[in-house]
Design a protein around this ligand. Structure first.
Ligand SMILES: NC(=O)C1=CN([C@@H]2O[C@H](COP(=O)(O)OP(=O)(O)OC[C@H]3O[C@@H](n4cnc5c(N)ncnc54)[C@H](OP(=O)(O)O)[C@@H]3O)[C@@H](O)[C@H]2O)C=CC1
Ligand SMILES: CCCCCCCCCCCCCCCC(=O)[C@@H](N)CO
Length: 325
């Protein structure tokens, strides 16, 4: 018994002292990215999570710009935000796949303090049945569109006049942390954002720009409603492990994550476990979170394996059932 306790103590003390040493060497400074009176530019801000975020940012006194394709949806969003907050948001109609259009919008909007790259499209289907056009569509909008946005906004962001810290936030998905049945193209597009973000953070930290990656679970939005009309049963079963959130809740987590300059922002409890289990070599500003990552790593690998076993069990029984009928 005493031996077990001693080894447990050692197990905790070792990472703790290592982290303390690291802390002494690195001393991460906490960041505070203000929102009030700053220019927040949100792509996909006319619907769902982006719209909820635009509402929230406006409420907190930001100057808000939203970009999306449909003029009608943009106009409706503008009116709903005006009705709720009395604030006029600027709207820009552009397709993120069109760099020139995006560049024009960004130039018109003026220097950005907080860029939220949130536009995204998703159609769940088995790769075998999904048309290549649809696969390319998701990669183009979710990934190349994000490159276009960042490339267009970055030069101005670096020259921003009010010299407070700035933020580039990317809306990934829990399907960007773990591959899910039916999401080959979508998961690929969202995993890719992480590579982009990790590399970009090293490039822009010198300009006091902080990169944030948000990983929501299924979220009640017009986009999800559309997706649910044709979703493989197994996609729903596996994604069901993480429940469904409201767009407003995700928007709140997102804005708080941006303000604290967090690199990774989980949105619910399952998301926290998932982020800990997949922390990899991502930057971590919070010493407390770093500690939690280190001491829970082994256990969370076990938890992750249990989820995988469970999912493969579901896949197996689904196949067994579908052969019988
Ligand atoms: N809802 C969910 O379950 C989850 C969503 N996410 C991610 O959150 C983000 C927002 O999703 P959600 O709110 O559900 O989506 P919605 O479908 O409700 O809204 C998508 C927004 O993106 C805009 N958009 C789509 N394509 C383009 C384009 N080519 N150029 C410019 N704007 C575009 C849309 O406007 P318009 O069509 O007029 O262009 C709209 O404003 C996405 O990146 C999604 O992958 C992550 C996890 C879960
Ligand atoms: C250590 C163990 C952690 C376990 C928790 C695992 C839960 C994973 C569930 C993943 C759900 C993915 C939903 C994607 C939603 C989305 O992006 C779409 N609605 C848009 O297509």
């Amino acid at each position: 018994m005493a031996l077990v306790l001693l080894s447990l103590l050692l197990l905790l003390l070792l990472p703790l002292s290592l982290l303390f040493l690291l802390y002494l060497i690195v001393r991460p400074k906490p960041v505070k990215i203000p929102i009030k009176n700053r220019h927040v530019f949100i792509t996909g801000g006319s619907s769902g999570i982006g719209l909820a975020l635009a509402h929230r940012a406006a409420q907190e006194g930001a100057r808000v710009s939203i970009l999306a394709r449909s003029l009608q949806k943009l106009e409706e969003a503008k009116q709903s935000i005006h009705l709720a907050t009395g604030i006029e948001v600027a709207t820009f109609s552009a397709d993120v796949r069109d760099f020139d259009a995006v560049k024009k919008a960004v130039d018109e909007a003026g220097p950005i303090d907080v860029l939220v790259v949130n536009q995204g499209v998703f159609v769940a289907q088995e790769l075998e049945n999904q048309e290549l056009d649809e696969i390319k569509f998701m990669i183009d909008v979710n990934l190349i569109g994000s490159f276009n946005m960042i490339k267009a906004a970055l030069p101005q962001m670096k020259k921003r006049p009010n010299s407070g810290p700035a933020s580039i936030a990317l809306m990934s998905s829990q399907a960007g942390q773990v591959g899910i049945y039916g999401y080959t193209a979508y998961s690929a597009s969202k995993f890719a954002l992480r590579g982009l973000a990790e590399a970009l953070q090293q490039e822009v930290i010198g300009d006091d720009i902080h990169v944030t990656l948000i990983f929501p679970p299924d979220t009640e939005t017009p986009g999800l409603e559309e997706e649910n009309k044709r979703k493989p049963q197994l996609t729903s079963i596996i994604a069901g492990s993480s429940g469904v959130m409201k767009a407003e809740e995700v928007a709140k987590k997102t804005l708080n994550g941006i303000k604290s300059g967090s690199f990774i922002v989980p949105c619910n409890f399952e998301g926290l476990l998932l982020s800990l289990a997949t922390s990899g070599l991502s930057p971590q500003r919070s010493v407390l979170m770093a500690f939690v990552e280190v001491v829970t790593a082994g256990l969370l690998r076990l938890a992750g394996l249990c989820f995988q076993w469970n999912w493969y069990g579901s896949i197996q029984s689904w196949h067994a059932q579908n052969k019988r009928t």
